[in-house]
Write a protein that binds this ligand. Structure first.
Ligand SMILES: *[C@@H]1O[C@H](CO)[C@@H](O)[C@H](O)[C@H]1NC(C)=O
Length: 238
């Protein structure tokens, strides 16, 4: 069965701070994925850039996992999976993306859970050229989402509802022609030196997440990647 729903911004943005409060499908949500993501296109085209938060539902009482991923020019395969330190179905929590030309940071309640660095050289992994819309959707992914697809969606429990509030975007709205969003003298905090790397407090939080909550990191998966992708050698600390 295939069903779902979602929404998207009218505007595209290139770099900024994107934040929303979400309360995820509760109870038996196995197979149900709530996606909250940015994408350069309306569909899943072969050259899209994308920045994903995906919340993987689970059977009642079993923990949600948060999967994040980054695509450039249609290539993803950069999954990480984290546990959360709270039940995301009980209440609203804030999920944010900081995106500039130096780093992409995924935040949960202002705690940086993932840092994806640019090396400021020509590269094929850091999405920094294409403006993106922000989307969210709820869909059936019981082929893979929960325990690798073993746990199927229980359709008797439909509808599956995720709730949203307080969307906030502080970002460069894309307008052609292109150079509009590239100014280096911009006053935007999210494009300033202080946002090019984690602060001292953020590093402590990030280290705690790394120690306690990471379930999967593609950069540690040498079976899947005998040669690790280029960005895996960039330090998240700098
Ligand atoms: C769902 O719960 C099971 C059992 O606790 C756990 O192994 C799994 O990682 C959880 N999440 C997903 C997305 O499978």
């Amino acid at each position: 069965m295939n069903t779902g729903c979602g929404f998207q911004t009218k505007q595209r943005y290139r770099f900024g701070w994107f934040s929303m409060k979400l309360k995820l499908v509760g109870g038996d949500s196995a197979g149900v994925v709530t996606a909250y993501y940015m994408c350069s296109e309306n569909g899943a085209g072969p050259t899209r850039d994308e920045i994903d938060f995906e919340f993987l539902g689970n059977r009642t009482g079993q923990p949600y996992l948060v999967q994040t991923n980054v695509y450039k020019n249609g290539t993803g395969n950069r999954e990480m999976r984290h546990m959360l330190w709270f039940d995301p179905t009980e209440d609203y929590h804030t999920y944010s993306i900081l995106w500039n030309n130096h780093q992409l940071v995924f935040f949960v309640d202002r705690v940086p859970i993932r840092v994806f660095k640019n090396n400021e050289k020509p590269n094929n992994f850091f999405p920094n050229e294409k403006p993106m819309y922000l989307f969210s959707s709820v869909w059936n992914a019981d082929e893979w989402a929960t325990r690798g697809g073993l746990e199927k969606t229980n359709w008797k429990l439909a509808p599956f509802v995720s709730s949203y509030k307080d969307f906030s975007v502080d970002a460069c709205q894309w307008e052609d022609p292109y150079p509009k969003c590239v100014s280096t003298t911009t006053k935007n905090w999210w494009d300033q030196y202080g946002s090019w790397h984690l602060s001292g407090d953020q590093k402590m939080d990030y280290a705690w997440v790394q120690r306690n909550l990471v379930i999967y990191d593609y950069c540690n998966d040498s079976e899947r990647f005998p040669t690790l992708p280029e960005e895996c050698s960039l330090s998240p600390w700098e």
